[in-house]
Design a protein around this ligand. Structure first.
Ligand SMILES: [Zn+2]
Ligand SMILES: [Zn+2]
Length: 281
C-alpha cells in the first residue's frame, strides 16, 4: 500500500505541520511554506532549522514536500517575471535542502500562446540556473504536470519528457497530479484506463523520474483542461479510478498526497480515511 499523505497547514511554523498531519492520519506531508499567492521564499535561521529537524525526527521523518508559490512562471516572455521566478524557486530549493525536505514541487508556468518549442530553451536555462544557485545536496526539484489551460507547460507527458531530457539532471524529477492528468485527457476512471495512463507515463516520461503523486479527483471532465480539484470519489474520476491507482503496483512506492477541498479547509481525516479504505479494498 502506498503512503497516504496530505497538503497540511503550516501556519505558525513549519514544524507544526507534523502534528497536524498526524492528527488527520497523513503519512506524507506537503506544505506551502510561504503564502502561495505572494512572491517570497522561506526565511530560515538556525533555530527554525533545528526546530524543524527535531520535529521531523520525532515523527519518523515522513516524506515532506514544499509546494512553491503559484506565481512562478519560467515559460513566459517577460524576463523580469522569469528572473523573479528563478530567484523564488532558488530560495525554495535552498530552504528545502537546508531543512532536509525531500523536494520542491512547482508549476513551470504558461508560454501564453508563444508555444512550448519556442520557450523551451529559456525554461531549461532558468531551471539550470536554479540548480546552480541553490546547489542542493539532497532536495529535489519536481516539475508538476499541468491541466493545460492557457498555454500552461507540462500538460502533455511529452513536454515533461522534453524538459527532463533537456536538463539531464538527476536532481530533477516529476510530481504526477491525477486531476491535472485527467483534465489533460489521460483517463483514469477504470482499472484499464489507469493501466493505459501509467503505461504512457512510463513510456514517455519514465516512472523512475516520478517522485510523488498529487491525489485529487476532478470536478470537470476528461480533457476539460480545467484545474478544479474534487474530493476523492466526488469528482469525474471516481472511487473506482482511485482504487485502481492505489492498487497499481508501479505506483506503490510513491506517496499519494491529497490536495482536495475536504469540508472546505483542505484535506482532512475523512479524505485520508477514504484513500486508505480504497487502498485496502
Ligand atoms: Zn497538484
Ligand atoms: Zn491543481
Amino acid at each position: 500500500m502506498p503512503l497516504i499523505g496530505a497538503h497540511v497547514d503550516s501556519s505558525g511554523g513549519l514544524h507544526l505541520s507534523f502534528e497536524r498531519a498526524k492528527a488527520m492520519g497523513a503519512e506524507a506531508i506537503q506544505v506551502h511554506p510561504t503564502p502561495p499567492g505572494f512572491w517570497g521564499s522561506p526565511k530560515l535561521d538556525d533555530t527554525r532549522i533545528s526546530t524543524f529537524k527535531e520535529a521531523a525526527a520525532k515523527h519518523g521523518k515522513p516524506p515532506f514536500y514544499f509546494h512553491a508559490v503559484y506565481l512562478i512562471n519560467l515559460a513566459g516572455d517577460d524576463p523580469t517575471m522569469r528572473q523573479r521566478s528563478e530567484s523564488t524557486l532558488t530560495g525554495y530549493l535552498k530552504a528545502a535542502d537546508e531543512l532536509g525536505v525531500n523536494g520542491v514541487i512547482f508549476h513551470t508556468g504558461s508560454h501564453k500562446g508563444a508555444g512550448f518549442d519556442v520557450r523551451l530553451p529559456s525554461i531549461l536555462e532558468h531551471i539550470r540556473k536554479v540548480l546552480e544557485r541553490a546547489a542542493p545536496k539532497s532536495a529535489r526539484l519536481l516539475i508538476e504536470n499541468n491541466a493545460g489551460l492557457g498555454g500552461c507547460v507540462g500538460a502533455r507527458f511529452e513536454e515533461i519528457a522534453r524538459m527532463l531530457d533537456g536538463l539531464h539532471d538527476p536532481r530533477v524529477g516529476v510530481c504526477f497530479d491525477t486531476c491535472h492528468a485527467f483534465a489533460s485527457g489521460y483517463d483514469e476512471r477504470t482499472p484499464a484506463d489507469v493501466t493505459k495512463t501509467v503505461d504512457e507515463l512510463d513510456r514517455v516520461v519514465g516512472l523512475k523520474h516520478v517522485d510523488v503523486i498529487h491525489c485529487n479527483d476532478s470536478v470537470t471532465g476528461l480533457a476539460s483542461n480545467r484545474d478544479r480539484h474534487a474530493n476523492i470519489g466526488e469528482g469525474q474520476i471516481g472511487e473506482g479510478g482511485f482504487r485502481a491507482l492505489l492498487h497499481e503496483p508501479r505506483l506503490a512506492r510513491l506517496p499519494f498526497i491529497l490536495e482536495v477541498p475536504g469540508a472546505g479547509d483542505g484535506p482532512d481525516a475523512a479524505q485520508v480515511a477514504t484513500l486508505r479504505r480504497l487502498a485496502s479494498s
